[in-house]
Design a protein around this ligand. Structure first.
Ligand SMILES: [Zn+2]
Length: 149
């Protein structure tokens, strides 16, 4: 299963890798072409978690810039599994993310972090065809460096 994103209806979903052709699959919601998102691939058992997180992110109605900021926060996950999730649970007011934290299973939390990073980056890229949006790396660099000179 690979994550895809439909730019027509902004729906992200896991699709069977066999149904993907040259980086594109089919959106189950509206039937448009859905592009495959960079990131990990998942098992069929991960589908419910992915769609829960997709709904959470969609309901939050994030702007591309906000999505990038959250993706950057998640990117600091080289500490403990769940650190990025805790931040997101507060920012998105998400009970599904909170449940993951309460269960305290490192593998599940790590997986959710990867999914959320993929979803957030899709929002950042999908809604910004005309505008130049800074990459997550650029935002992180400006945060750390501040203004010099
Ligand atoms: Zn669609």
């Amino acid at each position: 299963m690979v994550p895809t994103h439909c730019d027509a209806c902004m729906h992200a979903a896991l699709v069977d890798a066999e149904l993907v052709d040259e980086g594109y699959g089919r959106c189950a919601r509206c039937g448009s072409t859905a592009r495959v998102l960079p990131g990990e691939s998942y098992g069929a058992q991960d589908q419910s978690l992915f769609s829960e997180l997709e709904a959470t992110v969609a309901e939050a109605g994030l702007t591309p810039l906000r999505a990038i900021q959250l993706a950057v926060a998640l990117d600091n996950r080289n500490t403990l599994p769940g650190t990025g999730l805790k931040q997101l649970a507060q920012l998105l007011q998400s009970s599904s993310i909170l449940e993951l934290i309460v269960m305290n299973e490192p593998l599940a939390m790590r997986k959710a972090e990867g999914m959320l990073a993929t979803l957030l980056e899709a929002i950042a890229a999908g809604r910004s065809k005309s505008d130049a949006v800074p990459s997550a790396a650029a935002v992180a660099a400006s945060k750390q460096g501040g203004h010099s000179g």
